[in-house]
Design a protein. Structure first.
Length: 388
């Protein structure tokens, strides 16, 4: 089988709000097999283009395993660098290039095309920026001329079903991670930690975001086994809104509470820099540094990883909605992608957004599931929400 990957990225500001679009076509029929669109926070055009390439190659590996791939992009930089003709001098692009090389193990041919021949991927990226699309859409037998299809929420399907698991295949354990809705401290951009801080409730907007996310996940209700939540008030309230839609009762799992910020809790970045400047400098310089009375990123990683091990052991093969916070979710995503922990500094996670990770059983005889679940795959990320 031969497939074509079309990818593009866009940044409104360069750097500015950025997104990518990617799709996979059957090379012989032109039929779209799968397509994806996602925002990536603030980034440059080049980072967005490389992110689209990585997404496209992962789509090809997922939905056309073993196929020969031809990548078509209108970015001369990406095509020449990935072909080996130009050196990659930018460190961020070098990391993304390596991700692209690991994303697909088969033969790949890189071809530059004029912008007008890359309109489909360009459209996907712009629709993501406009909040009209997010995540993966699969078209098993749909001709390319049939249009782009689903709007936000219409392309949500069971992760086990979308991956084609058969009845005799042991299913993955899937976490559908939801960040809580906004609070007054979220809007004011203040440090808001776990149970040791102010523990603010959701605002009216936060409750509305939680209900919207629950409605967006409604199509998964028959596949969701449990709704779990951090013990912090804003996550509990978000989980209650979502669980009501899905017909579940939320359960508290303490391991996924937000990082404790100690004496920084309730302060803005500017206030912390002014009052505790040395502590903040140390915090940015080392993943082992912690605010006075708070936790370091390493400590949060250890706590969250222990909680994950318990979930994939005790609830193996289940699909779980887990309402948590920025730091724990970023830690889980970094681990699933095999990225270093400092990747948390380069992620953007909006309130009430959704990120799902599937963890597959480790079948190697020398390692049990309890010791190390197989690395998961992120199959959808960051449903657009209101900009609060």
């Amino acid at each position: 089988m031969r497939v074509v990957v079309e990818a593009d990225g866009a940044s409104r500001g360069n750097p500015g709000p950025a997104a990518y679009g990617a799709l996979v076509r059957d090379a012989d029929t032109g039929a779209v097999i799968a397509e994806m669109a996602s925002t990536i926070g603030v980034a440059t055009n080049n980072v967005a283009e490389y992110s689209g390439l990585v997404a496209g190659l992962r789509l090809a590996a997922e939905h056309a395993p073993g196929a020969a791939v031809e990548v078509r992009m209108d970015s001369k930089l990406v095509i020449e660098q990935m072909s080996g003709s130009w050196k990659i001098k930018n460190a961020d692009l070098a990391v993304l290039a390596e991700e692209a090389r690991r994303a697909h193990g088969g033969p790949i041919r890189y071809v530059w095309v004029p912008r007008e021949q890359n309109r489909a991927a360009d459209r996907l990226g712009n629709e993501a920026l406009d909040g009209k699309r997010s995540g993966i859409t699969v078209h098993p037998s749909r001709p390319a001329s049939a249009g782009t299809g689903n709007q936000v929420g219409d392309n949500v399907e069971s992760p086990t079903r979308s991956r084609g698991w058969s009845a005799d295949t042991e299913p993955p354990t899937t976490l559908i991670l939801v960040r809580h809705g906004v609070t007054a401290m979220t809007v004011d951009k203040r440090f808001s930690g776990g149970l040791g801080g102010a523990n603010p409730p959701l605002s009216d907007v936060g409750h509305a975001q939680a209900r919207e996310t629950g409605a967006w996940l409604r199509s998964l209700s028959e596949h969701v086994d449990d709704v779990l939540t951090s013990p912090v008030l804003r996550t509990v309230q978000t989980a209650e809104e979502i669980a009501a839609v899905l017909g579940k009762r939320p359960e508290v799992v303490p391991a996924f509470a937000e990082m404790e910020f100690g004496r920084w809790d309730g302060l803005s970045f500017a206030e912390v820099a002014e009052r505790h400047g040395d502590d903040m400098t140390a915090w940015f310089a080392s993943l082992d540094a912690a605010p006075h009375g708070g936790e370091s990123f390493r400590q949060v990683q250890q706590r969250v990883t222990a909680g994950l091990d318990r979930l994939v052991t005790e609830r193996a093969g289940r699909t779980l909605v887990l309402v948590s916070h920025v730091t724990p979710i970023k830690v889980l995503v970094a681990q699933a992608l095999g990225a270093p922990l400092d990747a948390v500094y380069r992620m953007e996670l909006t309130p009430a957004s959704v990120t799902a990770i599937s963890y597959f059983p480790d079948t190697r005889p020398e390692r049990s599931r309890a010791q190390s679940p197989a690395v998961g795959g992120v199959w959808a990320a960051c449903r657009p929400t209101s900009p609060h």
